[in-house]
Design a protein around this ligand. Structure first.
Ligand code: SF4
Length: 493
């Protein structure tokens, strides 16, 4: 691995996105002569889950080969020289998003360690909610940590386990952990996939000829022409080796709590999650939103790109025409010249511009997927009004985000969330709209095919809307209202 230059500034550094950000995607191939090339392609398809760094570890004839770097998949795995190093019929990969300050090579995955029983690489999507306390006890026992990632805790727990086989060591390690994890691991003889008992983060199994594939999303199976076999079940460990594939379920069965926000925003719309096409769910959320919060208007305008499917559903249900009143610049890229203070306020137009000819004198319904701090919404609404819109009504395809996520999604602290600071009327005034409405939790559940949110037994994680966290939050210290664990999270993955 070469030295990594300081990353170039990105638009997000100056124009913080007002969306929760996905943190990671994982991918693995067992039993194909082009395993690393296929993994690089899979990571391309998962790029939306993390754009800060990417890595692949491959295995061949007793040796592990790795390439990890900061930057996009296309930049990291673009040369023949890099790909030629990654030989073997087994490979796993990872794309990572980190918050500011955490972009360090030592935190780029897959993480690799040499054990007495051989090497092991792990790629992780999720976040452990007892990472701090487990890490502390491991440090007290003499473990030396190389990174700030909670994933390294799994490595140390596997290393210090008293069990003999790698699978038993892994089970022993996972039983000590709380939180969300979808893992793909690679040893000298096996590829292992794991989903936490609640199944908070996604992981699917695919097949390409004789090769078996593990991936965060089905869109990465499509890119390599692999067939979708099934979702890895919550609490399931898939072990793939030369004898074939076996499934182990070592945890006590519990109710699934898949992250419902994967449907709202994180996943790619062409992916299928838990049997549901993500684009179809997003459109249906728009339908529910239109039923719940109708308003007279001339046009439905999505905030591109993520607001498009819900806006289509809203327009279909309401009978109000859909139009692209905001155009997104897809070529902003990740690098950007730091703007001076004088022109920083123009920043939103780097990404979005109002389509003035369509907006002038119109009553506009703007559809977006979420409001986190509200900063981007203010600018978008200003832009639409400046283009001549007569009225601006905002409709949001998620319930108000009033709680932080501790399961691998980068959200600000609770007190910075607009929905935590203000009621609906104040939020509408703050972002400058004539009316504001969010889909209800029941509406969201209906969109995923449930009769509504069963408050006694919710079948999804929806904690960022409801504060009903499905695991213990051991690291959360309320003394100053700031989750201590977030310090670790912002430096991890
Ligand atoms: Fe998903 Fe929200 Fe739960 Fe985090 S808290 S896992 S974003 S539903």
């Amino acid at each position: 691995m070469s030295d990594i230059p300081t990353p170039a500034p990105s638009p997000e550094d100056f124009l913080p996105s007002d969306r929760p950000r996905e943190e990671c995607g994982v991918f693995g191939v067992y039993g194909h002569k082009d395993s690393a090339q296929l993994t690089a392609l899979g990571l391309h398809a998962l790029q939306h889950r993390g754009q800060e760094a990417a890595g692949i570890v491959a295995y061949d004839k007793g040796h592990f080969f790795t390439h990890r770097a900061l930057g996009l998949v296309g930049d990291t795995f673009s040369t023949q020289a890099v790909m030629d190093q990654l030989v073997g019929e087994v490979a796993i990969g990872h794309v990572r998003y980190s918050t500011t300050g955490g972009t360090l090579l030592r935190n780029v995955q897959p993480i690799f360690a040499d054990f007495a029983f051989g090497g092991m690489a792990i790629a992780h999507n999720g976040n452990l909610t007892n990472a701090r306390s487990v890490r502390k006890s491991l440090v007290n026992r003499g473990c030396l940590f190389q990174s700030t990632m909670d994933t390294e805790i799994i490595i140390h727990l596997v290393a210090t386990s008293l069990y003999s086989t790698v699978v038993d060591r892994m089970i022993d390690a996972l039983r000590q952990l709380e939180g969300a994890y979808s893992l793909v691991a690679l040893t000298r003889k096996k590829m292992i996939g794991v989903r936490d008992p609640l199944g908070v983060r996604p992981l699917v199994l695919g097949r390409l000829g004789e090769a078996l594939i593990l991936s965060s999303e089905t869109c990465a199976l499509d890119i390599i022409g692999a067939e979708y076999v099934r979702d890895v079940e919550p609490g399931e460990i898939i072990v793939i080796d030369e004898t074939g594939m076996r499934s182990i379920k070592p945890f006590a069965p519990t109710k699934q709590r898949f992250c419902i926000f994967e449907y709202v925003y994180f996943a790619r719309p062409d992916s299928v999650m838990e049997g549901l096409n993500v684009y179809g769910v997003r459109k249906q959320i728009g339908v529910e939103l239109a039923r719940e919060s109708h308003v007279e208007a001339d046009m439905v305008v999505p905030v591109p790109d993520s607001g498009v499917p819900a806006a289509l559903g809203y327009a279909e249900e309401s009978g109000i025409p859909f139009d692209l009143g905001i155009i997104r610049n897809h070529y902003v890229g990740r690098t950007f010249i730091e703007p001076s203070d004088q022109i920083r306020h123009l920043g939103v137009r780097l990404k979005h511009n109002a389509n003035g000819a369509y907006l002038a004198n119109k009553r506009v319904i703007l559809v977006d997927d979420s409001i986190v701090r509200g900063t981007t919404s203010i600018k978008i609404v200003e832009m639409v009004r400046a283009a001549g819109a007569k009225e601006v009504h905002m409709r949001i395809s998620s319930p108000p985000t009033s709680n932080s996520c501790y399961y691998g999604i980068d959200t600000p602290e609770k007190e910075k969330l607009l929905a935590c600071r203000m009621d609906l009327k104040a939020m509408a005034e703050y972002i400058g709209v004539d009316s504001l409405a969010f889909v209800s939790p029941d509406g969201l559940y209906r969109a995923v095919g449930e009769p509504g949110r069963n408050a006694e037994k919710p079948c999804y994680c929806d904690a960022c809307f409801t504060s009903d966290y499905p695991t213990k939050l051991t690291d959360l210290k309320d003394s100053n209202g700031m989750p201590e664990q977030l310090t670790l999270l912002t430096e991890s993955r």
